[in-house]
Design a protein. Structure first.
Length: 133
């Protein structure tokens, strides 16, 4: 059986930055719920910064485009950038039920469907959930 340390490496090695759309009602509420659900011991794992900030522009470099982002971004401690569902997976895995998400995504076809669902929600988030600005 794997120890907690093996499952979740140390915060400094395993921490990430999520860049989210602060103009999207769904994105902001999701960020707030993730922060609430993460246990105190995991709170330092993820740092959120709004896409509509100078810091996001600097961190994303060539990936940054003016306007609203199409997806969320995750920047790992090594500077590697992930987009969309792949950006959110490290955070989702740490939430209550995260191991269940891992199991479902390992089943044939489920990861493909999860990517398609993410794309559908991302594309329609303003229409379905509204904007904050």
């Amino acid at each position: 059986m794997a120890s907690a340390t093996e499952s979740f490496p140390s915060e400094t090695r395993d921490s990430c930055t999520i860049i989210y759309d602060e103009e999207c009602r769904f994105c902001v509420r999701s960020k707030e719920e993730i922060e609430r659900l993460l246990k105190t011991s995991q709170a330092g794992f993820v740092r959120f910064i709004p896409y509509q900030s100078l810091e996001a522009e600097q961190v994303l470099g060539f990936e940054y485009r003016l306007g609203r982002p199409d997806v969320a971004y995750q920047v790992g401690p090594d500077g590697q950038i992930e987009r969309g569902l792949e950006a959110m997976l490290p955070v989702l895995m740490r939430l209550p039920g995260g191991r269940l998400i891992t199991i479902f995504l390992s089943l044939p076809g489920f990861k493909f469907l999860a990517h398609k669902l993410y794309e559908l929600v991302a594309r329609n988030r303003y229409r379905w959930f509204g904007a904050l600005r």
